[in-house]
Design a protein around this ligand. Structure first.
Ligand code: NQM
Length: 361
């Protein structure tokens, strides 16, 4: 099934319909999406990392969840399939897909599906309309970056298990630049846009064309990734780098996010969750830039095509470190197509062979 999930688009599969062997599965997915090819002309991919995504869904092996969701980022230009990051946008389609495929029974006018995100081991609950015992994703909810409206898919994340500040500090200096390394579901490096000689309000294309900026972002990402315990991240899609600037439209902060080479046209869900938590950390780089509301958990993150509203609350660990509590967000999703995909035959497989450990741009 091809679905839009939030501001991304991807192919959703039942795990049982894909090869059990990871290498064979990744090779098939590259051929399904039409990679590697900058236009993905011979497959389902949309020639951008945000439209070259796959969700693999199965009944959960965990008693805490109804379904397991494995996210796979399929490279556009590279023959790479990566399971090293999660995707909160595609997550919005997982519950509806699970009901459509009969993995979960509808529960009345609205159905809640408990999802285990296999990439991180974290849990999420997605709630969406199921009137008359079937999924109906039509509705009046609008989200920035998507034309028109659809039904709200409400996603709630309980506190994650990992450290909010992976370096143990609110601020680090890497490659001569102050950063805050934060992980509230997506490992992210926060940097003041002004420290990289941009305003932070530029169009993504303009930022992608700024080679000096891209070099700085790359260097910061490499060093911060190692500090965050992620090792050599040169071939990984995480951490992301988010440039921060003061809000211009009544939000808490303006963002431009590198994922990690292309600049996001909006912001990821878990990316937004990490920014929301990171700008509230005392002593972080967001302190002199962001204006989080004094009260309440709801934050508006501004991005290139509008804003993402996110509810995010912080607490403290026993040793006084900041810790993410509940996070919630409203997304929409839509079934675009359901049917049979005809992958490019294996004999035309380009070299090099696919790798599950790598990343894409
Ligand atoms: O952060 C893009 C997206 C994402 C990830 C990326 C996402 C998230 O917008 O939860 O959804 O950061 O690579 O799809």
């Amino acid at each position: 099934m091809l679905m839009r999930g939030g501001t991304s688009k991807g192919a959703y599969f039942l795990a049982e319909d894909l090869p059990a062997d990871g290498g064979a599965r990744d090779g098939l997915l590259l051929r399904v999406m039409g990679s590697p090819d900058p236009r993905q002309i011979d497959g389902l991919g949309g020639a951008h990392p945000l439209t070259s995504k796959v969700a693999v869904v199965s009944r959960s092996v965990s008693p805490d969840a109804d379904v397991d969701y494995l996210f796979l980022q399929v490279g556009v230009d590279e023959a790479e399939v990566s399971d090293r990051q999660n995707c909160g946008n595609l997550l919005a389609g997982v519950g509806p897909f699970a009901v459509e495929r009969g993995l979960v029974a509808p529960q009345g006018a609205r159905t809640s599906v408990r999802i285990r995100m296999v990439n991180s081991g974290d849990l999420a609950t997605a709630t969406f309309p199921t009137p008359d015992g079937r999924v109906d994703l039509t509705g009046g909810t609008e989200i920035s970056g998507v034309p028109g409206s659809a039904a709200a898919v409400v996603i709630e994340f309980p506190p994650g298990g990992g450290a909010l500040l992976p370096t143990g500090r609110a601020r680090d200096t890497v490659a001569g630049t102050d950063v805050t390394c934060v992980d509230n579901g997506m490992p992210t490096v926060l940097v003041a846009a002004g420290d990289l000689k941009v305003t932070g309000y530029e169009d993504p294309h303009e930022l992608e064309g700024n080679s000096e900026l891209l070099e700085r972002v790359h260097e910061i990402r490499m060093r911060a990734g190692a500090l965050m315990g992620l090792g050599d991240v040169s071939a990984s899609t995480v951490p992301k780098v988010t440039l921060l600037a003061p809000p211009r439209d009544g939000g808490a902060v303006t963002t431009r996010t590198f994922i990690p080479v292309r600049c996001h046209t909006s912001i990821g869900v878990l990316g937004a969750a990490s920014v929301a938590a990171g700008i509230r950390v005392d002593g972080g780089v967001g302190e002199r830039i962001a204006r989080p509301p004094a009260e309440g958990d709801r934050l508006r993150i501004e991005h290139p095509t509008g804003f993402t509203d996110i509810e995010s609350s912080l607490g403290r660990t026993a040793d006084g470190l900041p810790r993410a509590l509940r996070t919630a967000v409203v997304r929409t999703a839509r079934k675009i197509f359901d049917g049979t995909v005809f992958p490019r035959p294996p004999r035309t497989e380009p070299r090099p062979a696919p790798s599950t450990t790598g990343g894409q741009r």
